[in-house]
Design a protein around this ligand. Sequence first.
Ligand SMILES: [Zn+2]
Length: 198
Amino acid sequence: MWRLDLRMERYQRTYMPIVTCWKCGNVYAADEYTKKAIVACWKCGAKTRVENVGGGWELKPVGAFVDSESVHELLKEIEPISSKMTEVERIRLIEAAKCLLIGAYTACESMCYDALVSVLRRVYGGQKELGYYVQKMENDPDLKNVGRAIAYFASKRHEVDHPERVSNKLEAKNALNMTKQLIKEILTKKARAKGCVF
Ligand SMILES: [Zn+2]
């Protein structure tokens, strides 16, 4: 009787597919029944993320893979205003979050500044750099709630305008947090104050 049960259960389980290593081309069978896993090539050690999506198998190199739920978690505060952002700004913030997750901290900071400058150019006009807009924000009565974030960027603007250093994890985290706060405040306040200029 138990044999039958076992067979039924096996039938319902999903076998992992044959994986072709994205790095060395080695073809191997992943010995698991799960629908989602990270498997390692026995020849070169490169990892592949294997997931059953709608009956088909998706294989993604783990070296270039960032969990989309983690990205979503990092950006959830700005989701309500994402329709007020341009595609370029949205994608830059998504890339900033991805960079933070994989440890590309300097790139994360760069992406944050680019997204912020893009928003600031739309709101205040001109094609200036961050330093110019920090002054604009400091003098903007609408933005007094985010004085701390503005001060943060004021302290960073020299480093941003003159890229002579690399960032660590804390700096990247701070940059992303402050960028989110500022963009959220600016787009909420400015869209209301100016009757949606964008
Ligand atoms: Zn391999």
